[in-house]
Ligand binder design. Structure first.
Ligand SMILES: Nc1ncnc2c1ncn2[C@@H]1O[C@H](COP(=O)(O)OP(=O)(O)O)[C@@H](O)[C@H]1O
Ligand SMILES: [Mg+2]
Length: 231
């Protein structure tokens, strides 16, 4: 079963009297445990595409299958449930909760989404913190760690519920290039360890080299051939 299948997928935003065709009929397939990057300049449609895959924003036309389910017509409640069960997110500004410790930030989705007993929860959180090299930093607050460390914590949080798909929209935009590459390497390591599919977007060519499969977006279309390495 493919992880994501998009067929003639389109997204049009209405902006006043103007239709903005953010995604103009794209086709692609992403297999389980792959490590994929959508690349393209600002405004090419990367966030729009990731938001559709993440059930945050419904497609205007075409079909979109995620983890074997047709998600093009889910209502808000169904979309929220689907996200909680299958998808983890990593954001460019990390989105950690400042009043919670590192440990509590990673624990949060388990409390919200899955009703696990305390001991099981704590064991799982510690396992993930160790996997991302933050095992001894759980007591700290987000303000006490670096940008690269914050993104490690965000990766742990995205994986803690056992999501089969993690979406990361420009996860390295606020990091220097060395730290950016470390975060991408970490995500790849997590893919190897847990078999999670990772889809990230970037406009940074220094980060792209780390992806195994690259889809290049331009004006809402996928470039074919060179740079449009379809799986
Ligand atoms: N909510 C929205 N309303 C209107 N236009 C939008 C909206 N979101 C994105 N767009 C437009 O869609 C296009 C693609 O945007 P986006 O997906 O954010 O690109 P990227 O993430 O690659 O920078 C751009 O022209 C952008 O202005
Ligand atoms: Mg974007």
């Amino acid at each position: 079963m493919a992880m994501v299948v998009a067929k003639q997928l389109k997204k049009t935003y209405r902006s006043g009297d103007i239709d903005v065709q953010a995604i103009q009929g794209v086709d692609f397939t992403i297999q389980p445990a792959s490590f994929v990057s959508f690349v393209g300049p600002s405004g090419s449609g990367k966030s729009t595409l990731l938001n559709m895959i993440g059930c945050l924003d419904p497609p205007t036309a075409g079909s979109l299958q995620v983890v074997g389910k047709d998600i093009s017509n889910l209502n808000r409640q169904q979309a929220a449930k689907f996200r909680g069960e299958h998808i983890g997110f990593v954001f460019q500004d990390f989105n950690l909760i400042p009043v919670l410790t590192v440990f509590e930030n990673v624990e949060y989705p388990l409390q919200m989404v899955q009703n696990w007993p305390r001991e099981k929860r704590r064991k799982r959180v510690q396992e993930l913190l160790e996997a991302v090299g933050m095992g001894d930093q759980g007591h700290k607050f987000p303000s006490q760690i670096s940008g690269g460390q914050k993104q490690r914590v965000a990766v742990a949080r995205a994986l803690v519920t056992n999501a089969s798909l993690v979406l990361a929209d420009e996860p390295t935009a606020n990091l220097d290039s060395t730290t950016a590459n470390h975060v991408i390497e970490l995500m790849k390591k997590m893919r190897d360890e847990f078999g999670t599919t990772f889809i990230f977007s970037t406009h940074d060519p220094r980060v792209v080299n780390n992806a195994e499969t690259i889809f290049t977006l331009e004006d809402g279309k996928l470039l074919q051939g060179k740079g449009g390495n379809h799986v």
